[in-house]
Design a protein around this ligand. Structure first.
Ligand code: DSN
Length: 410
């Protein structure tokens, strides 16, 4: 049977993606090879367990695929062990917590409003029900304040310190965090472990353009579909041999059942792509484009965070007197997709927000140049200021997109 009803939805989505400027910082376009792996026949196989130790027969080929994914991930992130089975970043965090702490233990993280993630202790997530979360604040300038982190660790004595964020535009000094935790542990009654959720910046790390948390943290989680440009999925990494068994049993059988072997195959392909020198060039382009757009908006008088990675936060309330929700809608009407986001010290409620989170991982994959990133900034400025008609703005956006690669041919 041909499911024409659903195929029509695919076609409409393909058209939407091809026709728009995608600036959601967590999105990206995987290659055809990655997409084909996602629909491979590996999807038909049950394979609970791990390579060579499965609960079902007939696993010889999925074992080979999973081993390949693990070996490539370990090479890419310079770590001893990679568990490639988590279905998502949230699942990876769920399992990682279970591997290293017990229910009721204390975790210190950055709060969602300051750029953390739902699974980092939000009241609406499993995490806050299972563990006791306390937070460290950002400094006045919206940056991590390492002295405050050191002080908070001594005050709170958490069992786990969590770094890695969903809306933090600056580089993270994982080495310094390790030093702070080691200094704390030297006199703390209970040792504090160090976990990093590197989901947003995994591609930048893979390209060697920022510090690799695997060198410093006890356990690292990630997704594979953001800057890393792979299939939707998660992963857990460690350099600690003594945590390997705990991570394995936390993922399966504690958190999940049968692994998605077709997605694991696609992860293997994405890791191979990220090991190519061209991936570093791509990631340099992402950083260049993000910085150019942020700089152009600031040169027009906007209040924007600045950036040292693939994203920045534009304060639309201060810049245009409108909420993030309104700004997101105005831009979407002309073919520019962003997401409203809380900014440091936000005074609006989370459903409104004062900011937009803007990133260039997806647009750069399609071929966005630095000059186009600046043109996008100028277009966004005119749209949000109400200084251009919707038709003119749509035409301008379409002109930029017309020079980019089709999302189905990447
Ligand atoms: N939803 C993701 C993001 O947009 O950052 C985080 O999981």
């Amino acid at each position: 049977m041909i499911d024409q009803e659903l195929r029509n939805i695919y076609l409409r989505e393909e058209k939407r993606q091809n026709g728009g400027i995608e600036l959601i910082a967590s999105e990206n376009y995987p290659s055809r090879e990655v997409r084909e792996a996602c629909s491979s026949i590996l999807m038909a196989k049950y394979a609970e367990g791990y390579p060579e130790h499965r609960y079902y027969g007939g696993c010889v080929n999925v074992d080979a695929a999973e081993n390949l994914a693990m070996e490539r991930a370990q090479k890419l992130f310079h770590c001893r062990y990679a568990n490639v089975q988590p279905h998502s970043g949230s699942q990876a965090n769920y399992a990682a917590y279970h591997a290293v702490i017990r229910p009721g233990d204390k975790v210190m993280s950055l709060i969602l409003n300051d750029g953390g993630h739902l699974t980092h202790g939000s009241p609406v997530s499993f995490s806050s029900e299972m563990y006791r979360f306390v937070h460290y604040p950002l400094g006045e300038d919206g940056r991590l304040d390492y002295d405050v982190i050191a002080k908070r660790l001594d005050e709170e004595n958490p069992n786990l310190f969590l770094a890695g964020y969903s809306a933090y535009p600056f580089a993270i000094d994982f080495r310094r965090m390790r030093e702070i935790i080691d200094a704390h542990n030297a006199h703390a009654e209970t040792p504090c472990l160090f976990m990093v959720d590197m989901a947003h910046i995994a591609g930048i790390i893979a390209a060697g353009l920022t510090q690799n948390p695997c060198e410093f943290a006890d356990i690292v989680t990630t997704t594979t579909h953001k800057t890393l440009r792979g299939p939707r999925g998660g992963m857990i990494l460690t350099n600690r041999e003594d945590l390997v068994k705990k991570i394995k049993s936390a993922v399966f059988p504690y958190a999940q059942g049968g692994p998605l072997e077709h997605i694991i195959g696609a992860k293997a392909t994405c890791f191979a792509e990220a090991l190519e020198p061209s991936f570093k060039e791509y990631m340099e382009g992402v950083l260049r484009n993000t910085a150019a757009c942020d700089e152009e908006l600031r040169s027009l008088g906007c209040v924007s965070s600045g950036t040292e990675n693939h994203l920045f936060l534009l304060d639309v309330l201060a810049s245009f007197g409108i909420s993030g929700k309104e700004a997101q809608a105005k831009l979407e009407e002309v073919g520019i997709t962003t997401n409203k986001n809380m900014i440091h010290g936000d005074t609006l409620k989370p459903s409104e927000c004062s900011g937009l989170r803007i990133g260039f991982a997806a647009a750069t994959t399609r071929g966005c140049t630095e000059e186009q990133a600046r043109a996008i900034a100028r277009l966004m400025f005119k749209v949000l200021k109400g200084a251009i008609s919707q038709d003119e703005a749509k035409e301008e956006a379409a002109g930029i997109v017309s020079t980019w690669k089709d999302v189905m041919t990447l």
